[in-house]
Design a protein around this ligand. Structure first.
Ligand code: HEM
Length: 414
């Protein structure tokens, strides 16, 4: 895409170009355009767009901002898209969009069960799964990294962690894809709003039953049982809070991790020297993952609402106004990272907000990092002479959850 920018290019022009599907393959010149403008209030979308690294990081920790942003995104949707017989948990908000003290309480309870130790124990399972997926994928001369590797791994791992029976995993694959739109925030449910709400209701019904089953016969080895047992000073998760949290874990951890893996494979294939270095030394995988999270992050932006009038640089957001923090643009702020447009897993220091910062820092970051490094290291080790079949590959329509819909790779003999 050619982007002609001059001193007349306004924030609104840039928003228009960003919404254009033609910019999906490479939105980074547009982000550079936003950075050149500095923090900018755009009246037409009632939002302040922020792209500086320091500004984004500071604002994510600023108590004058609220994470309760559903009102802004739900305005375009039906007020209550759910049927009257939907389980009540479907209306329970996710703690992702709550503020203290509610957020603090729920996050603390969930963290009791979703621990670093629980996650670390998953590594051998994830590694076996990746090997099996690559065994199947490599049987074909050309395979799709998205459907053949990236898509299955996170949903299978989270189902295993939650204790979902293997026979039901397929159901989760379908729901997760339908629900990503809700998380994207910027695509909205669109024409298939009804389908999206229907998927949400089905998923909630399923998880309600799963929880009821675990209540009747608790197990010791799955996350649902641990969430049921989680306690903080006598406080426990209510039924709807528990169901809503399980749905959040599933939805927040799926498409994001799919995109981490697919964006990672794409960057490595475009930079064969770094792919060869990873093949020679799998110990480089954590650095590769951090660089992907910076260079082509699965979550491009997040949003907050100003509780009071706020000044950022020369721009002002009125109380109730939206702040769009363009994390992917902040990662390429030269004040944060040297030579920021270069993909370089070897950089001495990588600064990114790919998992956000502050109170809402991604709870699933250890799991995402584990899956990312296992998948990318195995891809480098197992797939000989890989080559991209189409460059650029086709992208999903999402603006926030950036990723390809298909990534065809041809390869030589194993
Ligand atoms: C929150 C990114 C994977 C669970 C977040 C946020 C970001 C993020 C940016 C904060 C949004 C904000 O501040 O508004 C990512 C990326 C992932 C990933 C890039 C993969 C590469 C996962 C996984 C899980 C997960 C695997 C769990 C299975 C959550 C939860 C929150 C969250 C529960 C809410 C935290 C809170 O509000 O306190 N994630 N995530 N994420 N993520 Fe992730």
């Amino acid at each position: 895409m050619s982007l002609v920018m001059n001193s007349e290019t306004s924030g609104l022009d840039l928003v228009g170009k960003l919404l254009d599907p033609a910019s999906r393959a490479d939105p980074y010149p547009l982000y550079a355009g936003f950075r050149a403008l500095g923090p900018v209030w755009i009246d037409e979308i009632s939002a302040l767009v922020v792209t500086g690294y320091h500004d984004c990081e500071t604002l994510l920790r600023d108590p004058r901002l609220s994470a309760e942003r559903r009102r802004h995104f739900d305005a375009a949707r039906e007020a209550d898209p759910y049927p009257p017989d939907a389980p009540s948990s479907v209306r329970q908000p996710w703690f992702l969009s709550m503020d203290p003290p509610d957020h603090t309480r729920l996050r603390r309870l969930v963290s009791r069960a979703f621990t670093a130790r629980t996650i670390a124990r998953l590594e051998p399972y994830a590694a076996r799964l990746v090997d099996d997926l690559l065994d199947q994928a490599c049987e074909r001369d050309t395979f799709d990294v998205v459907s053949g590797l990236a898509y299955s791994l996170p949903v299978t791992v989270i189902c295993h962690l939650l204790g979902v029976p293997a026979a039901d995993e397929r159901l989760f694959h379908g729901w997760s894809a339908q629900l990503t739109r809700q998380l994207d925030g910027f695509s909205g449910p669109g024409d298939d709003g009804k389908q999206w709400a229907g998927g949400m209701v089905e998923l909630h019904r399923y998880v309600n039953e799963l929880v009821a089953d675990r209540r009747r016969s608790p197990r010791r080895d799955d996350l649902i049982s641990e969430l049921l047992a989680a306690e903080d000073g006598g406080d426990v998760l209510g039924h709807d809070e528990l169901v809503s949290t399980i749905v959040l874990l599933l939805v927040a951890g799926h498409e994001t991790t799919v995109n981490l893996i697919a964006n990672g494979v794409l960057a490595l294939l475009r930079h064969p020297g770094h792919l060869a270095a990873l093949r020679a030394d799998p110990g480089r995988a954590p650095a590769v993952v951090e660089e992907i999270l910076r260079y082509d992050p699965p979550v491009q932006l997040t949003a907050r609402v100003a509780r009071e009038d706020l000044h950022v640089g020369n721009a002002k957001a009125p109380a109730g106004g939206l702040l769009i923090l363009l994390l992917a643009a902040a990662h390429r702020d030269p004040e944060a990272n040297r030579d920021p447009d270069r993909f370089d897993p070897g950089r001495e220091q990588v600064r990114h907000l790919g998992f956000s910062a502050g109170a809402h820092f991604c709870l699933g970051a250890p799991l995402a990092r584990l899956e990312g490094r296992v998948a990318l290291a195995a891809f480098a080790r197992r797939v000989r002479e890989p080559r991209l079949v189409a460059d650029p590959p086709p992208y999903r329509e999402h603006i926030n959850l950036r990723g390809v819909s298909e990534l065809l790779v041809g390869h030589g003999a194993r």
